[in-house]
Design a protein around this ligand. Sequence first.
Ligand code: PBG
Length: 339
Amino acid sequence: MRDNGRVNEILRPIVRPRRLRTSAAMRDLVAETTLRPGQLVLPAFVREGASEPTPIGSMPGVVQHTRDSLRKAAVEAAEAGLRGIMLFGVPETKDAAGSGATDPDGILNVAIADVVSEVGDALVVMGDLCLDEFTDHGHCGVLDGAGRVDNDATLERYADMAVVQARAGAGMVGPSGMMDGQVAVIRDALDRAGFTDTGILAYSAKYASAFYGPFREAVDSALQGDRRTYQQDGRRDGREGVREALLDIEEGADVVMVKPALAYLDVLRQVADAAAELGVPTAAYNISGEYSMVEAAAAHGWIDREAAILETLTSIRRAGAGIILTYWATEAARLLARS
Ligand code: PBG
């Protein structure tokens, strides 16, 4: 750039993108991507019969709640400015049909009612609608004679599960099992039972992923085999994710979701654009393994934890998610309030 002490006129930049980075005020002024507490949803686990919250080793800072501690966490979430909570039940006993899922006294359903009675309308109370927490084989559906996940038999279980969750007071149900036709069947069952206002947050583009690892510990699940016959293959391009989302929208999904988030940010962008054309919001799930990686690196002092959390959530927003499910939701909301 300098030539004998003089700036070389030819190389002097005329366009200087750095001007827009010169101060914190300037950077704030031009930032397109916003992150606010109301866009965050807290996923929370509740364990049947527990008298104390149980730490989840592979997810430092996350616990399997007792019914009581869950109520408190929900209040804290609402006070921090979150607008949603997604509940997962950890039943005491599991069986092949996942009976606990449709038992009105099952842990997930009583927990939904607990949280609704505690926070009222302050949070959209959502129930994960899937059988894997409740089955002894750990699959998202019931198995046929050959040990394969039986799509259509599973749909009947999902229909019942949706109605039980709605009766418990869920504002939205979150079908996450990747069965074909699940949204249509659930919408129909809810409507027939009179729950026309109960929404569906569809896990539409859900990929078979190694990053679900810590979740298995969170719900005490020992999965037999893998889920590649129903969850998506990450080698397909994003158009398959768009197809799944459009099908769910046709079937009546109110919100579509991409999961995991970080390894699928390109799919998220494509799905968010396609859904936005139809006026449908897109969510993304910042899943257990994504959480644990940051926590593990931060525990070693290898990265700045709080900065990494906000950068992670910002990347998911930037890729098109209007709503983010994240285990950091309450803490992130507090961080945002401070900044
Ligand atoms: C299915 C469900 C899973 C997650 C959310 N809903 C597990 C799976 O599909 O394997 C994963 C969430 C996470 O890893 O944080 N019940």
